[in-house]
Design a protein around this ligand. Structure first.
Ligand SMILES: [Zn+2]
Length: 171
């Protein structure tokens, strides 16, 4: 069994219930929602999440698996049209030792821009002490606190960015 992060209540379920201030939907599908990531490490970065509260890729139905990639492809096209990024990074974490921080399935879609300080991949994975360590290693997120504070844009900015991406989705 994969060890899962604990977050009670679940922040993604709270967002879907309308109880999360920093929440903006780009696109809603039968199985998925595409939402703006409240941490804008890269402008426009978003996540495709499942409507069901399930933790990892291993918990998805075949229909949900398909829906996630279709939604990711759609928003990747919109990001390309909205921001002209150098590249688009997609990643998804299963279990705390892969860097998963929320126990609700989410698939990251990230436009990469010149001047980004992400290096070759998501920095939180590089700084997560638990990666590759024995079970029981406690995750100390404080090393990433400064970066997180810097990229926490306002709720209004999140809404505006989500609207910009949404406007570039194709029918
Ligand atoms: Zn949830």
């Amino acid at each position: 069994m994969l060890e899962l992060p604990h977050r009670d209540p679940c922040d993604l379920c709270e967002g879907m219930a309308g109880r999360q201030e920093r929440w903006a939907i780009i696109e809603a599908g039968e199985h998925t929602l595409t939402v703006i990531n409240p941490w804008q490490f890269e402008v426009g970065q978003c996540c495709v999440i499942t409507r069901r509260h399930v933790a990892t890729l291993l918990d998805l139905s075949p229909a949900e698996c398909g829906a996630v990639l279709v939604a990711a492809q759609r928003v990747a096209g919109a990001l390309l049209r909205a921001f002209a990024p150098l590249g688009i990074l997609m990643f998804q974490n299963n279990g705390v030792y892969s860097g998963q921080e929320t126990p609700h399935f989410h698939f990251h879609v990230v436009p990469r821009q010149q001047g980004s300080d992400w290096g070759v991949g998501p920095p939180q994975l590089a700084t997560f002490d638990g990666v590759g360590r024995p079970r029981g290693t406690v995750h100390d997120a404080s090393g990433d606190a400064q970066r997180r504070a810097r990229v926490q844009v306002s709720a209004q900015q999140l809404v505006e960015t989500a609207a910009r991406v949404r406007s570039r989705l194709l029918e």
